[in-house]
Design a protein around this ligand. Sequence first.
Ligand SMILES: [Mg+2]
Length: 289
Amino acid sequence: MSETKPTPLVFIYDFDGTLAPGEMQEHSFIPAVGMKSRAFWKQSNDLAREAHGDRILLYMHLMLQEAMLHSLRRSREAFREHGKGISFFPGVETWFQRINREGGKRGLEVKHYVISSGLLEMIEGTRIYPEFEKVFASTFLYDADGVAVGPALAINYTTKTQFLFRINKGALDLADDTTVNAYIPKQDRAVPFENMVYIGDGSTDIPCFRLVREQGGTSVAVYDPAKPALEGRAAKLIDEQRVDFVAAADYGEGSPLDEFMRAVMDAVAARARQRTLARQTRRKRPALG
Ligand SMILES: [Mg+2]
């Protein structure tokens, strides 16, 4: 039975700087509250420092405060609207179907996830949202009238790794704290780490890069193709053995990133085939003695 089960392969993406340039709040939300991006981030980082707080919680707080001040709607739908116009790195919009097809040819069942410190609502508003099996991102708490009143979930760079374990163990429901912490033998986990590819762009991805790589998966750092100066920063991650590959965030067919991912798919498929053959040999072999 296990021979016919397709081999899972999951691609897990950071969002800002990985799939889309810049920070998602800068696209239309920050301009809508009449601020410059730098001033917004400075203010939220200052708040975090002064409060000895969490930067993610404080940017969410500042968003709500500014939205109130400017009488902007604070519904889930309004935040989704701010995600609608987000543009992506080259090739992103055709990437998912292409990779799914290439994986299928190799007997792999490909799925895509996002783990982001950005806002779930904004990602929900993007054109690529339907491509994801699940998006883990920070999100607001809404009152009975559907108005955002505070943060419900804030994902920072260290809590990001929790979601890798959720994917690994198949505990995708955030209300379920039992499965994610339960002991599950490696071979029984929903998606083994070696069948994971983590793609990120920055220092906030380092805990995920390391975890995936140390557990036998693949970590890839990307940089904005329009800012080749960032290549050096990303390349440093290879030197420090935190990632397996560095490339421009060009997801187009034939790009270095595309080529590398095909090679990863070849390797995952080859490993699965090796195991199948080994199992078949074991079964055919007459018992010794
Ligand atoms: Mg990023």
